[in-house]
Design a protein around this ligand. Sequence first.
Ligand code: AKG
Length: 244
Amino acid sequence: MNAQETVEVAPGAFHLPGFLPEPDQRRVLAAVEAIAAGPAGFYRPRVRGGGMMHCDMLCLGRHWNAMTYTYEPVRADYDDRPAPPLPADLARLAESAAAVAGYGLAPDICLVNRYGRDGRMGLHQDKDEDASALEAGVPVVSLSLGDTARFLLGGLRRREPAAAIALRSGDAFVMGGPSRLRYHGVARIFAGSGPAALGLDGRISLTYRQFALARPRGRVGSLRSREAPQSHALRRRLLDPHEC
Ligand SMILES: O=C(O)CCC(=O)C(=O)O
């Protein structure tokens, strides 16, 4: 992990540019591709309004049902296959990113999103996890691979303005504490902007969640907990809507 600088872009929301060095990005991509080649690979979800999402998904640990907005063991809205498990080494990456931002996290779900050049995701809240995790502010952590995304970070209400942040290959983004329920989305993908060495056409994001607060883990959901490594410089910066 080599985040040179952790930027708190809003209270409880942290951007970790360059968190994953390129060799690690290649390993993560290979792990995702290996799972995707199995019986329950990427698919294009249909949402409850009837439309299709603008990215493919692969749910690990638990399946997120796009019709019911609930988590379940099998892909009931698609092919009834069990969701592949979340490998421990992939989970550990999210734990480390959360720790850099000062959070405890025991991820048991990872939604892998695959965006083509026209890929996007509308503004939404991640609020389908158990109330225990939401109320404690247990963070959602994302890792980005491939092409840069114009990520939008809004407020706690849909009509609040959203600021744009460029999420590049290897970046992590941590949204917890008072930012756990912020609206967010992906406005666009900058085609061809990813590292050539990765050989990825488009973008893949891994977004990790902890479904429930099964056991207290120190000050889960609080910022700058004592367990967090302090080796990365922390900078606070107002969001610049023109950054990306
Ligand atoms: O792809 C991203 O960076 C965001 C994904 C996201 O918002 C989600 O999975 O809820």
